[in-house]
Design a protein around this ligand. Sequence first.
Ligand SMILES: Cc1ncc(COP(=O)(O)O)c(C=O)c1O
Length: 381
Amino acid sequence: MKYQTTAIHGGRQDDSGKGAVNYPLYLSSTFVQDDVEHFKEFVYSRGANPTRASVEKLAADLEGAKYGLAYATGMAATANVFDLLDKGDKVLLNNNVYGGTWRFVSNLFEKRGIQYEVVDSLNDYDFDRIGEDVKLIFVETPSNPLLEITDIRKIAEEAKKHGILVAVDNTFMTSYFQRPLELGADLVVYSATKYYAGHSDLLAGLVVLNDDALYAKLKFFQNTTGGVLSPFDSFLLARGIKTLGVRLDRHQYNARRIAEYLENHDAAERVFYPGLKSNPGYELHKKQASGDGGVLSFLFREEGYDLQAFVNSLKLFGFTVSLGGVESLICKPATMTHESYERELQEKIGIRQNLLRLAIGIEDAGDLLEDLEQALRKAKR
Ligand SMILES: Cc1ncc(COP(=O)(O)O)c(C=O)c1O
């Protein structure tokens, strides 16, 4: 089955005998058992719930994987992956990951006795000098917010030689455009709040993987720490996934047009979008992903234009965090999504005060371009 067919026909099928085309919503925290000795598949919803199990299977089916786990948020999913680490372990990360991931690493790792190293370019990392304490490489590609590209296949090959796990935050691409497990990664993490859910109406996280032992550990952590996706949100998430491919094609069509428009506009000092030839990771990204997605960032030229006037003049782009919903949004990473990075580190890695991130929705591309145009006209000094 091709992707968009799996999105609609994958997951668990209705097992209630009623023939519902959608998997039923089981709003039940607990399930009565009929035998004192033998328990059924579902006992208590923190451990497993049928509606959650349905969307977990759907997430796995989408990338031909064995297992999926659904969490209350993307951060709960990432946190459970970090639960795999023990005291004394070390983690490598690329240098611009989502601010919430960075908040976790920079605030909680030390307390847990876990070391970390932020690597400017994992693509050039010298694996011959890697320490035995490195147990996980956490990669976000394209990265948030600078859309930098990391070579998943190369990192996974090197990691395997050293017995290191590779986890990829695939939120920006989704399994529609990029399939890290097929490139050799061990774990894929998603903020399913974004494209999977797609309508800015719920928070969700996913982990997708193939390894039986890793799955058993994560399932144990999921039940133990309790950050599970509710049945209702599982139902909504499955509904969002049905249109994922269709929506992403449109997000991408719009994003490409806007990236090209901005690249030719004086108000943009530089545009960051994986689908632009000017992006340093353009060729590499093309090798490992089948699309470029709907997020782009650009450096706003403040000498000629007033940033505040520009943002305030936009009518269709909501000024707020998040991405992946049907509506277009704009944010300033330095003070919003990536405020957890110290100012100095922001400067070092390129999250400048004039960097704006656009999450392109699925509105009419012409209307979005017109909106940008009129706002830039008003913002011209
Ligand atoms: C790339 C990426 N990973 C993880 C997360 C965290 O997801 P959530 O907000 O669902 O906890 C986000 C949220 O913006 C994100 O952009």
